[in-house]
Design a protein around this ligand. Sequence first.
Ligand code: C5P
Length: 395
Amino acid sequence: MIMTELHSKSILLGITGGIAAYKAAELVRLLVKAGYNVQCVMTETAQHFIGAATLQALSGKPVLMKLWDNTNGDGMDHIRLSREADAILIAPTSANFIAKLAHGLADDLLSTLCLARACPLAVAPAMNKQMWDKPATQRNLVQIRQDGINVIGPASGEQACGELGMGRMLEPETLLIELEALFQPKLLAGKHVMITAGPTYEPIDPVRGITNLSSGKMGYALARAAWEAGATVTLVSGPTALTTPPNVRVISVTTAQEMHDEVMRGIKKMAIFIGVAAVADYRVAQVAQQKLKKTKTTPTLTLEPNPDILAKVAALPKAPFCVGFAAETEKLSEHAQAKRATKAIPLIIANRAQDALGQDESTLILIDSNGSHALPRQPKLLSARQVIKHIASLL
Ligand code: C5P
């Protein structure tokens, strides 16, 4: 998982009745670990699926369940709780609760505070596929979306009842990513963004090859940040050990030529192209079909140049806004400025290769026609969000 921002936002986590309620425990743990204050509110039926003591221990706060708790101050928990929250997330959300939201019912603590809220509300549905497919549920979903409620998931797959289909709640890691996106400004709404990431691998023979050191972390963080900003994102990725970010279309490639071909195939509808991949500049001219054998003489490899993907995209007649990366071991700004000029791109991002490779943090310098702008050393996701903000300001 890409490292997330540490902050003290308050999340009101609602839990309704469904077997997926057991996943709420893991979700609370992840939220707390990411720095959120979490207040759990359970419905009556949720209490049949998970114990309040579990959620209390993980969130560090008593779990609230009753609308009519006259031991608490003025008895207006529903107003106080909804004002304290930066967002409400309900996971799992049952078909019944979706119906209540659609109709504005307020007959328990959770539904009442949803109606009284002044903050964003996201729901993660979880139910049997027949319940999901019913016209009534689908009607209610249309209604709550129209009312500005974010519906996150569900996924399709194996269900607790043994059936297969739509209705599985998304995994807690994905819910956390979706929740964080709620807090990001939609600076790239409606835009298509393509990003290259990771290394390329150029074969010598079936078992050997030439590659560059690159974990892909920066490119994947940028893909997530661009999606958070409302863009439709295509990530053309060389071989990495990273998990595919949710909501991003990933095209997996191996060689620079494959990366080039996939980029060119999709580039026409892109508004922004960000080349983060550590593309091999050369490939082996003659790839051996069989494994090469050790000999007494020193072998020689003849190399030929790969296409410069970024330069080719920037030279297209209707080029998207192009951003390059320059990982340098010395003379950072000087080399980056030169690359920006030769590739004819509006923005280049420089970093010291030895500080960034494989790390979870980066120290970036953004260089454009207005000069250079240094970002602090920070988790790559935070750098990525600032890069996206900068790109949006230049568009
Ligand atoms: O020319 P150099 O490799 O130093 O430039 C780095 C930038 O160019 C990166 O943004 C990288 O993704 C891109 N690049 C490319 N195709 C290549 C080589 C580099 O898109 N063949």
